[in-house]
Design a protein around this ligand. Structure first.
Ligand code: 26V
Length: 830
């Protein structure tokens, strides 16, 4: 597959009627450059150049994109629909170029223009930050793998005008700025107003003193306008679609309103409607609770199902065929209203009976769970349903009535079980439990790593797993090797391809052929040099863009992910303080020089996570200024973590920090990206890290700390004070922090952290793991001093990372959940 993919003749791509590999490609670019913005090409800005390249590329892939759609329409295969509130896609330009296989050509063309800095053009593209973290990035990797595997598939999401906020750091504090990524438009998207759908809403939204209020009794509609983006599979044969919905109001176009004089009212309505897709909710793992988020979820489900069903009806007249032609995957419970909405369509529009509709619904839908944190399990007030979508509420009640009757029949003497399994929580304000709805209304529930699926089955929803054992399964996450190795780490990718050929790009298990090379001194040398080059490049970039200076000869140690207590950035910085104390006590101490990189955003309302950012920055400043530590250890908080920053920092990292409290990180996917790029992992036995160590051998990992079982078993008696009293280094580190050594001018500022760690029982067990963490760090430091031994393990890690390709994950979803197969698009000129 890959051989033909990379060697295929790029001439088969056409730009309009022209071939992109001859002068017409250059012409196409020049035409966009000048005509799209009506500027002389020598005066075009960097942004205009980026747009011209992107537009030329879109022209180039258009015929192939249309051919993919035609092929799917003609062959009418089973289609996969991935419903997700988030798609964290990042930049598209370089990936599209690579996946289309036209990189050498584009490079030559653009390089031919002396005014053109290719790297700068690529970096002009803003990140599409339409997600918070792992769940959204996974969705982006999945749609790329679906296209690469030539599976007929579509992603459905929302076209947020504002993505995840931009983070700056001021005096050590996180500041949030709006990310208006669409301000200058987006050259990739295609608006399709003719395919607009109408979604009924059971209330009107009105502005009272600047506050949005729902006014019951006025039914209205929202319009969903599709914006399509091409999803280019590697090799460029299949180009699937990511369809993002933008909200609009019908009233604005209603000339009746216009002539009746309520022109301003109509405009206000349209503004209110458009707020539905204005902004991505930046809180992951804590429930937002806001009504607008509920409307967003309803809007995604309403628009997507209307579209899916309309497409199904164009090719099929028998509703019984729905599960044979359509698989809908719900990315977490965010689109779980799909259960009720599909029932509504089958009952009210198709006029089917309940049992038939229910059977089709369950067989069509599947659900992925992404978190074990109880506070992240979604529940929506019944009154939200009453206001916005009362018909869905009726359906949920009826599903629940029938379901509880089944439970009652199976477990007649266990009313407690029925109360726990009910789709409705009756204590306090009545709420719908979205995870229960998703499990009951679908044929598959999966976790995202083995340990997560096991814990889900045995702890979180054990009653459901007992009732529907055949529905529960595991699909360990993966990441796309095109973006995370081929594109992000050109030098390593080239070294690998030179050694084992390029088959790994589409079959990552081929990396195993690198195993013997771990013992080849010349290969090790080149592998080491590649890492050094990446580190130097990153250091230069960091200095130019943030002013921070780091030493590429130090160990680059990275913890980059959302800031959360359970991910334990606090454990990392406590260890840094332990090291700092050792250096202060013993200036002659030999420790390898290290740079601790942190990057990540805290939810704007998550005060403790924001204080952890402040602590990291304050520790960094003091360590820099203290001669005992300066030049030996360094802390660098890199602001505004996003996909593009990950693409730069991961290839440059020696050490990957995966140190969550065991049992809390569902899978992790950053862990996999680091492994593929030759970093060694220091981590707990949590999420997919467990499987990574299984693949590479525990001796090639630095695993430490309590296991998930030990965490659970010690909940009753764990006492952080014991560690404070009995472990001198732990005590000294805490005394230094809470004695304001790092906050001389801000006394007491870190008190809430002390309270969390000592007074409130250290829920995430930082102190329990600090000692074994410090030991593992010490072993890691010793290994780094032995360059050969270190590089050998790094190569073994890369060689054993094949399992963590999202191609493998998607192939398993396709076979075991969706029953979908590839539908190849014809080769050759299109
Ligand atoms: C929850 C909420 C609550 C309401 C407001 C918006 C919002 C957005 C996201 C979430 C859930 C976040 C769950 C999540 O990202 N889980 C991560 O999923 C990754 C992919 O499966 C996995 O690798 C990570 O371990 C897991 O934390």
């Amino acid at each position: 597959m890959s051989d033909t993919a990379t060697k295929r003749n790029v001439k088969s791509y056409a730009c309009g009627t022209a071939d992109f590999t001859d002068d017409a490609g250059q012409e196409c670019y020049q035409r966009h450059l000048m005509y799209d913005h009506v500027v002389p090409s020598h005066e075009a800005s960097q942004r205009e150049r980026f747009e011209a390249v992107a537009r030329s590329l879109r022209d180039l892939l258009t015929q192939r994109w249309l051919l993919t759609q035609q092929t799917h329409d003609q062959e009418n295969p089973k289609r996969v629909y991935y419903l997700s509130m988030e798609f964290l896609i990042g930049r598209a330009l370089s990936n599209n170029i690579i996946n289309l296989g036209i990189e050498p050509f584009v490079r030559r063309e653009l390089q031919a223009d002396p005014r053109q800095d290719w790297q700068e053009v690529i970096e002009t593209e803003p990140d599409a930050g339409l997600g918070n973290g792992g769940l959204g990035r996974l969705a982006a990797c999945f749609i790329e793998s679906l296209a690469t595997l030539q599976i007929p598939a579509m992603g459905y999401g929302l076209r947020y005008e504002y993505g995840i906020f931009r983070q700056t750091i001021e005096n050590g504090f996180q500041m949030e700025q709006p990310d208006h990524w669409l301000a200058e438009g987006d050259p990739w998207e295609v608006a399709r107003p003719r395919q607009t759908v109408q979604i009924p809403v059971g209330c009107r939204f009105e502005l009272h003193d600047g506050v949005l209020r729902a006014a019951p009794g006025h039914t209205t509609h929202l319009l969903g306008v599709p914006y399509d983006r091409p999803v280019v599979g590697y090799g460029g044969r299949t180009i699937n679609t990511l369809r993002l919905w933008g909200a609009a109001s019908p009233d604005f176009f209603d000339f009746g309103e216009f002539s009746s004089g309520d022109f301003v009212g109509a405009i206000v309505d349209s503004i209110l409607a458009e707020t539905v897709t204005r902004v991505l909710y930046p809180d992951d793992s804590t429930r937002a609770g806001q009504a607008l988020r509920f409307v967003q979820e309803y809007f995604l489900v309403g628009c997507s199902l209307a579209d899916i069903v309309a497409r199904f009806r164009r090719g099929n007249d028998d509703w019984q065929m729905l599960p044979e032609k359509v698989a809908i995957q719900m990315n977490d419970t965010h689109p779980a209203m799909a259960v009720a909405e599909l029932m509504r369509i089958l009952l009210d529009e198709a006029q089917l009976g309940w049992d038939e509709a229910w059977d089709l619904t369950v067989r069509t839908l599947a659900y992925t769970n992404h978190t074990l944190l109880p506070e992240a399990l979604e529940k929506w007030p019944v009154r939200f349903f009453e206001l916005v979508c009362p018909r869905l509420l009726e359906i949920v009640f009826e599903i629940n009535r029938r379901f509880l009757a089944d439970v009652q029949q199976r477990y007649p003497d266990d009313p407690r079980r029925a109360a726990g399994m009910s789709l409705i929580e009756e204590d306090g304000e009545r709420q719908i439990r979205m995870a229960n709805l998703a499990i009951v209304g679908s044929h598959s529930t999966n976790g995202v790593a083995q340990i997560h699926s096991d814990l889900l089955r045995t702890r979180v929803v054990a009653d459901f797993a007992e009732m529907f054992p055949q529905r529960f399964n595991n699909k360990t996450n993966g990441v796309t090797p095109r973006r995370w190795l081929l594109a992000a780490n050109r030098d390593l990718a080239e070294l690998i391809t030179e050694s084992i050929g390029d088959g790994w790009v589409t079959d990552l298990s081929e990396l195993r052929q690198l195993l013997p090379l771990a013992d080849d001194a010349a290969f090790r040398q080149r592998f080491w040099e590649t890492k050094q080059t990446a580190k130097t490049r990153f250091a230069q970039w960091l200095q130019t863009s943030t002013g921070q200076v780091v030493d590429p000869n130090s160990i680059f140690d990275s913890q980059i992910k959302r800031i959360h207590e359970y991910k334990r950035q606090l454990l990392n910085i406590l260890h840094v303080v332990v090291l700092y104390n050792r250096l202060r006590e013993n200036p002659a101490l030999e420790i390898p020089s290290r740079t601790f990189f942190f990057a990540g955003k805290a939810a704007p309302a998550y005060q403790l996570a924001k204080l952890i950012i402040k602590l990291i920055n304050n520790v960094g400043r003091v360590i820099d200024e203290d001669p005992a530590s300066a030049g030996r250890i360094k802390v660098a908080f890199v602001p505004n973590y996003n996909v593009s920053l990950a693409e730069r920092l991961i290839p440059a990292s020696d050490v990957s920090e995966q140190i969550s409290t065991a049992g809390y990180e569902a899978s992790g996917t950053g862990n996999m990206k680091f492994m593929m790029n030759g970093a060694l992992t220091i981590g707990t036995r949590d999420g997919a890290t467990i499987e990574m160590a299984e693949e590479a051998g525990e001796e090639n990992f630095f695993l430490f700390g309590l296991t998930a079982q030990q965490v659970a078993d010690s909940r009753g008696y764990y006492n952080p004070h014991w560690h404070y009293q009995n472990e001198p280094e732990t005590r000294a580190a805490l005394d230094l922090i809470f004695g304001d050594h790092f906050s001389r001018d801000e006394p007491g500022i870190f008190t809430p952290i002390r309270e969390a760690l000592l007074d409130r029982g250290d829920y995430f067990m930082h102190l329990a793991d600090l000692t074994s963490y410090a030991q593992a760090q010490q072993q890691l430091g010793q290994l780094y001093a032995d360059r050969d031994a270190w590089t050998r393990k790094a190569i073994l890690n890369v060689a054993c990372s094949g399992k963590f390709s999202s191609d493998r994950t998607i192939a398993q979803y396709a076979e075991e959940i969706w029953n979908a197969v590839p539908c190849p698009v014809a080769e050759g000129d299109s």
